[in-house]
Each structure stands twice: as C-alpha cells, then as structure tokens.
Design a protein around this ligand. Sequence first.
Ligand SMILES: *[C@@H]1O[C@H](CO)[C@@H](O)[C@H](O)[C@H]1NC(C)=O
Ligand SMILES: *[C@@H]1O[C@H](CO)[C@@H](O)[C@H](O)[C@H]1NC(C)=O
Ligand SMILES: *[C@@H]1O[C@H](CO)[C@@H](O)[C@H](O)[C@H]1NC(C)=O
Ligand SMILES: [Cu+2]
Length: 212
Amino acid sequence: MAPLRSLVAAALLLVSSVNAHFLLLHPTSLEGTEIDESKEGNAPCGANMPDLASSPSSEFHVGGDQVAVQLSHPQANWLIRGTLDGKASGNWTQMFPIVKQSGVGAFCEIAVVAPEAWVGKKGVISVAANAPDGILYQCAVVNFVSGTNTTLDSNCRNASSVTASPENDVQLAALISKADTTTKGNSASGFGLPLGSLFAAAAMAMAGAAIL
Ligand SMILES: *[C@@H]1O[C@H](CO)[C@@H](O)[C@H](O)[C@H]1NC(C)=O
Ligand SMILES: *[C@@H]1O[C@H](CO)[C@@H](O)[C@H](O)[C@H]1NC(C)=O
Ligand SMILES: *[C@@H]1O[C@H](CO)[C@@H](O)[C@H](O)[C@H]1NC(C)=O
Ligand SMILES: [Cu+2]
C-alpha cells in the first residue's frame, strides 16, 4: 500500500507544481488572496481584468513603496510596471529595474517608484515574471499617493535562500511602452532621481559583471 500511496502523493505533487508559479502578496492582487496561478500566463493581469471603478485598491507611494511576491520556481526575472490606463492595455511605465530572483520563496522590493505626475490618480501595477514556463502576470489596482512608505508590510521579506541581481531581459523589456523607454532615467520625464540612480546602479553592476 505504501508504494501506491507515495506514488499518488508524488503524482499530486507533480499536478500541483505544474500550476504553481507565483503569488503577488503586496499590493493586494486583483484576485485577492485566491490567486488562480493556472491563469497567470494571460497578459496583462492573469485571471482577472482590472476595473478602476470596482476593483479593490490600496495606496501606493510614488516616492517608494513595496512589491512583495512569492515565487514557486527556483529562478525568475521580474518586471514591475504601471499604467493609468484603467484597462491595463498599454502605456506601461517601468517602476523598477528588471531583477533576477534566485531561490524559491518570498521576495520583496522595498523602493518601487512611480512618476510624481501620478499622485492623486488611480492606476494599475502589473508584475510580470519571466519564469522557465513562460511569462506570468499579476496586477493590483492602486491609488498613487505622494511620499514614501518605509513601514514594511508583513509579507514584505526576502526568504533566507533568495538572492537578486539586475538582469538584462529583452522579453520583459519589450513589455514597456516604447515612448516610456526612450525617456527612462531622464529626470525631465517626470521620474525623480531615485529611478535614474537605480538604473545607473544597475548599469554599473552589469558593466562590472561584464568585466569579470
Ligand atoms: C497613452 O498615453 C497617451 C499620452 O499621454 C494618451 O494620449 C493615450 O490616450 C494613452 N493611451 C491609453 C490606452 O491610455
Ligand atoms: C505603509 O505600508 C504598511 C504595510 O502595508 C501599512 O500598514 C501602512 O499603513 C503604510 N503607511 C502609510 C503611511 O500608508
Ligand atoms: C530583498 O532583496 C532585494 C535585492 O537584493 C533588495 O533590493 C530588497 O530591499 C530586499 N527586501 C527586503 C525586504 O529586505
Ligand atoms: Cu510556473
């Protein structure tokens, strides 16, 4: 009986791991806490589409706020982007340099930024993971507010085995609107210093890696 039982257990594990991709824990996903990971391959948000009038929303500080995820793959690259388009159909602005997570589990960036011009507006944050089984999506509807939030959410943590570093991912970079890409890092575009300096730091880190 034991062999059969362990076979069934192994099969169940396989089935559940097929659809285990990632969870968006903060800001709260459009799907709430019952995220259908089997639908995460659907751009731009996974199982649900945002509705600025009725989707639950939370505050997001444009000067720096948190995005917390839980990854079920040993590795994935992350893109965090935002738009004021209520249907999340375009006009994506990159909110953080693309990073590669290595290690299964909790990962949280604590200083994700949005353009100052978005203060007082409602929009959509979309988190895209380039995982071994494709590009996966989750979204959150947020009210953009001024300032920074340095009080970490209980879900905002990095698992002890998780590391992250800047990554050049052309597939994820292609998910940013062209018009935004050309002005990225330019303070005249509405971004403050933080994103510009983040990109500079990321570029320097990549240049350093290239020398090695
Ligand atoms: C995208 O932004 C442009 C310029 O601000 C605007 O004219 C256009 O309507 C926006 N498109 C969407 C889908 O929001
Ligand atoms: C900052 O984020 C934490 C965690 O989500 C939240 O409890 C707190 O209310 C936020 N602070 C402000 C000023 O919005
Ligand atoms: C998690 O790791 C990333 C990458 O090193 C770092 O930027 C971030 O601040 C860390 N998050 C927390 C909650 O310490
Ligand atoms: Cu997956």
